[in-house]
Ligand binder design. Structure first.
Ligand code: DX5
Ligand code: ZN
Length: 217
């Protein structure tokens, strides 16, 4: 009995109203708030950095889940700790020393996540499990919201086996909607990120898909 957590991504929120958007999704029952940090280098898009994340912090009453799509990671870890991230996730493809990066994230007092692009096998994180609180399985190529779901259920199943009885979350990120959510939940995921499915139409008042359908997996 894994409880499925929903982590709406504010990448699909109204960028002029982050405070209200965060309040709206939490009022709808969001378990975590997912914050997508992009550097225009690791991924072909730019979003926000530590000062913006710090500004989100007082609005987030649940858990601030920060997904770094940046390289390098290590020089910015302390800045995201200071900004108030609860979970900080780095990509295994972002550099040669993910082991060190995960140690540094925990050392800065945050939970440590590691993300896998669709082309990266589960084995890439096999020896990182004891340093990891969350494995994020990308089901789109990172960079943009609203992309088509890429089926990674085989990878999710493998990761669930590798994790064994460790308290490690499996998070799915990309193309999660009421159709795809049940597939990944059945494969062993327990945290579902959803951007465009939650903020359909880009309006604060329309996260309805979220509460009613996605959680009912
Ligand atoms: C993609 C981001 C995702 C994105 C998901 O690079 O990491 O978190 O916001 O958006 P949807 O749910 O629209 O695929
Ligand atoms: Zn993300």
């Amino acid at each position: 009995d894994r409880t499925i957590k929903i982590a709406p991504s504010i990448l699909s929120a109204d960028f002029a109203n982050f405070g209200q958007e965060i309040q709206a999704i939490e009022a709808q029952g969001a378990d975590w708030v997912h914050v997508d940090v992009m550097d225009g280098h690791f991924v072909p898009n730019l979003t926000f950095g530590p000062p913006a994340v710090k500004a989100f912090r007082p609005h987030v009453k649940t858990v601030m889940d920060v997904h770094l799509m940046i390289t390098p990671v290590d020089p910015y870890i302390q800045a995201y700790a200071d900004a108030g991230a609860d979970i900080l996730t780095a990509h295994v493809e972002a550099g040669p020393h993910t082991h060190r990066t995960l140690q540094a994230i925990r050392g800065a007092g945050m939970k440590a996540g590691v993300a896998l692009n669709p082309g990266t096998p589960a084995e890439a994180v096999e020896h990182l499990m004891d340093l990891t609180d969350l494995v994020c399985v990308m089901t789109v190529n990172p960079g943009f919201g609203g992309q088509k779901f890429i089926d990674m259920t085989g990878k999710v199943k493998k990761l669930r086996q590798m994790i064994g009885d460790r308290p490690v979350h499996i998070e799915i990120d990309g193309g999660v909607d009421p159709k795809t959510a049940p597939l990944v939940a059945a494969a062993g995921a327990d945290v579902l990120v959803a951007g465009s499915a939650v903020f359909k139409g880009g309006s604060v008042s329309t996260p309805q898909i979220y509460g009613d359908n996605i959680r009912a997996v």
